[in-house]
Design a protein around this ligand. Structure first.
Ligand SMILES: Cc1ncc(COP(=O)(O)O)c(C=O)c1O
Length: 439
């Protein structure tokens, strides 16, 4: 029993997994076990407590405490470091606004789009997740992550809607790699021009909802948004700074967004933070208007110190290329594991973000449908626990998906250990399928 009310929990419920210490890819649990962490937090781009990030944060803790109404030179430096280092060569970028979370960054991005276009509707895809507050929450249509109250007895108390949102379907090429000849304009995005008509913005990301939309999808959607006069916001909260073996997932395609939301790995997970990158065109559209707001913690000294340290370490250590290289070896290994287990429906990903779709026999627990109500133990939970029993942590991302999302610094040996644990734990899923009489 606890008095802490946590995400995904009813009052009094505690999370099964309790962590007390992390170093690199090693995570020590409250029960004394130390496990190999392959994704307890996707923000850990540099692993737990990277020494250079810790040193930067410690030094900043001894500098000053000021809110964002007072200038602080390292804050401007962090904006420069993000644009000059992480966005090197992306000359369309104009300004950076800093936040406490990526949710907040998306809220401003969407509100800016509404103000600057003079339109209200916001477009997102099925099973999207962009954050838990404000307009970010409104464009989060994922049944598990939309801040509703899911009853343990079954049934859901939906949160009221505060904004007009329009949903576009889950793209075919987001759950399986696109077949040759695949044309997003006629399949995935056939209805998008209607949804985008008179809309302020469309927001898309590259991992949540069990979806890894293709570069073609991005470019087609971006073209449609442009034609409709709507802005395109790329949510790079998970994928920014190298996760997919590209500096940013949007770099897989040729289109460039009006705005980018960032969070998670931006501070390597060390300090809460988010950022909104504005294109030069958006900065020009704001023109001589002031951004009327203030914040106690946006661009906090600890956060900006971590940001500068993280982008420099990723650049210096060539971690984006490393993620691409490791991803290229991971892909066939995961495909081969998938092929030998009936309980795996498929795998999709790139770089160091891979989703494993399990053939959960209870289809009401599927990614697009399950709201988290009831007392179910999905196959993902059983497989996740069997992996943990072997000393490896691979998180569940939904009722029917596991998510391999290790730090970019993970060693090849550790990755191999994680795959071995996954391979043997999937037998648990195979047995569940057999028992359910599904082949
Ligand atoms: C794709 C995506 N966008 C936005 C968010 C929200 O980020 P934050 O928790 O920093 O508000 C998340 C968090 O999981 C995310 O995965």
């Amino acid at each position: 029993m606890t008095r802490l009310l946590s995400s995904m929990s009813a009052p009094g419920q505690r999370h099964a997994l309790q962590a007390i210490r992390g170093r690199g890819t090693q995570l020590t649990l409250a029960d004394g076990r130390t496990v190999l962490d392959v994704g307890a937090m996707s923000a850990n781009l540099l692993g737990h407590c990277h020494p250079e990030v810790v040193a930067a944060v410690q030094a900043a803790a001894e500098s000053v405490n000021v809110g964002d109404m007072v200038g602080y030179p390292p804050r401007e430096q962090a904006a420069d470091d993000i644009l000059d280092i992480a966005y090197a060569g992306e000359d369309w970028t104009g300004s950076v606004a800093l936040f406490v979370s990526s949710s907040e960054a998306a809220d401003l991005g969407l509100a800016l789009a509404q103000m600057l276009t003079g339109r209200n509707p916001l477009v997102c895809r099925r099973s999207s997740y962009h954050g838990g507050v404000g307009l970010a929450r409104e464009v989060s249509h994922h049944p598990l992550w939309n801040t509703s109250l899911a009853s343990l007895a079954g049934g859901v108390l939906d949160r009221p809607s505060l904004a007009q949102t329009r949903e576009i379907p889950m793209p075919e090429c987001a759950r399986v790699f696109p077949a040759p000849g695949h044309d997003c304009a006629v399949s995935c995005l056939a209805g998008a021009p209607d949804a985008l008509r008179d809309a302020a913005a469309v927001i898309m990301d590259y991992s949540q909802g069990g979806a890894v939309p293709s570069a073609q999808y991005q470019d087609t959607l971006a073209g449609m948004a442009k034609a409709a006069g709507a802005m395109w916001i790329a949510d790079e909260t998970v994928t920014g700074l190298g996760r997919m073996g590209h500096g940013f997932a949007f770099q897989r395609g040729s289109s460039r967004p009006d705005m980018v939301t960032m969070g998670k790995g931006l501070t390597g997970g060390a300090v809460p933070a988010g950022a909104l990158i504005l294109s030069k065109a958006v900065v020009e559209a704001i023109g001589k208007r002031r951004w009327m707001t203030s914040s106690t913690y946006r661009g906090h000294p600890l956060a900006v110190a971590a940001m500068s340290a993280v982008v420099k370490v990723i650049d210096r250590d060539g971690l984006v290329d490393r993620a691409a290289r490791l991803g290229a070896t991971l892909a066939p290994e995961l495909e081969s594991i998938a092929a030998s287990h009936p309980c795996v429906r498929g795998v999709i990903g790139e770089g160091l973000s891979w989703l494993i779709n399990l053939a959960e026999p209870d289809r009401s627990l599927a990614e697009d449908d399950w709201s988290g109500d009831g007392q179910h133990t999905p196959m993902t939970t059983a497989v996740h626990e069997a992996i943990l029993d072997q000393g490896v942590l691979i998180p569940e991302s939904s009722g029917d998906r596991l998510w391999i999302v290790p730090p970019l610094v993970i060693s090849e040996g550790d990755l191999a250990t994680a795959l071995e644990a996954l391979d043997s734990a999937l037998v648990v899923g195979d047995r569940m399928l057999e028992t359910a009489g599904v082949s």
